[in-house]
Design a protein around this ligand. Sequence first.
Ligand code: SF4
Length: 445
Amino acid sequence: MALKPLDIFKHLPKTNCKECGFPTCLAFAMQVALGKTELANCTQLSEESKKRLSQASSPPIRTITLGSEKSKVNLGGETVMFRHEKTFYNPPPIGILLSEGLSDEEIDRRLEKFCSLIYERVGLTLQGEVIAVEDKGQGRFLATVKKAFNTGKCLLLISPEAENLIKAAEICQGTKPLLFLAGQVPTEKLAQVAKATSLPIVVSSNTLEGIAKMTAVLSDQGVTDLVIYPEVNSVGTLLKNLVLIRRAAIHGGVRQLGYPVLAMPARLTDDLLTQTMYACLAIAKYASLVILSDLSGEILFPLLLERLNLFTDPQRPLATVQGLYEIGQPGRDAPLLVTSNFSLTYFIVSGEIQNSRVPAYLLVVDTEGLSVLTAWAADKLNAEKIATLVKQTKIEEKIDHRTLILPGVVAGIAGELEEELPGWKILLGPREAAYIPVFLKNWKP
Ligand code: SF4
């Protein structure tokens, strides 16, 4: 549970020695509570206080990391029920299920398709992350694991046989798969596999009480990298369990349920469209990892967007890096436009410039992620900032003309900008990005 500043302050030495970089212990405690600095920065903190504070401040839902350096994903680690209370931290990876019952051709087709589904959106790369491979006792499990491993994606390995899981884990050297020993498995067996492989393991039961008992026993044995899987046979029970688990962990302080949760719409229905709706619900309501039987672009893309929207920090708008961007291959006569660094604004404006097929320079001003009009009203987009950026980016060396195109909605700063940039002509562009193509086609330096 997140600690309050005074809870932290109680354990600090209160010497105000300033070695942590803050003027007082209370100031330091406030920054720790806000997550802006770490306890370890207090040089005077006793080992006992460190231990107590780190236990108390650890997230109510454990964070489990899967994959390799390149394909790393975090599961769990959430601290709130609702995004607006703070933020959600770890977007649930989305994956496909390769059951051994599928033909080799179908397995290859699903793998190839899954790996090809990559999207760029607001400067981010969006894709599915996990491949689940299920052992059905047909002797092709390890071969399928090898194929999935070669894709470089994270793996979820499912088998009723502990030996097969251990062998499959050996194939995945250099990466951290999640293991799922399926069926009615005694807790001791789970502990053995987890200890033998040092990998996270799934704990499953058809009741939450059953799961809580198993995680308590495993935790007592030092096995704490756990993911819980409530076995359900309807989407209603899935939703109920997901909410109960999150509520118990966050508000009830039930540590036995404070683990990431696996949701497998693939096991609820064969119909892919219905699975998609279940996945959509699971992403919105607390699943930490979501597995469908197959994925195509029209299924994955909306799920990725849903996830992106839910897992952005509501206190921090998506922003693009300030600077000078080249769109197309602008020459010395190319137009120079200005916009804010709110990601959506940047992508709309740059998209419209691309649509115009007129190569151009786009000067993106750091407005702390605010859109043009809001930034202007908050004085985050002003003549001084634009002029400073014009000089910093040395655009004058790249173009022969001296014309700067301002967004039409901020006409108010044109005069001031002319004073800041002597010798420059400030031109007002369209008020709406949609008119940029027409504007640029008629523009002459
Ligand atoms: S280093 Fe520790 S004791 Fe010193 S001021 Fe910072 S918090 Fe207080």
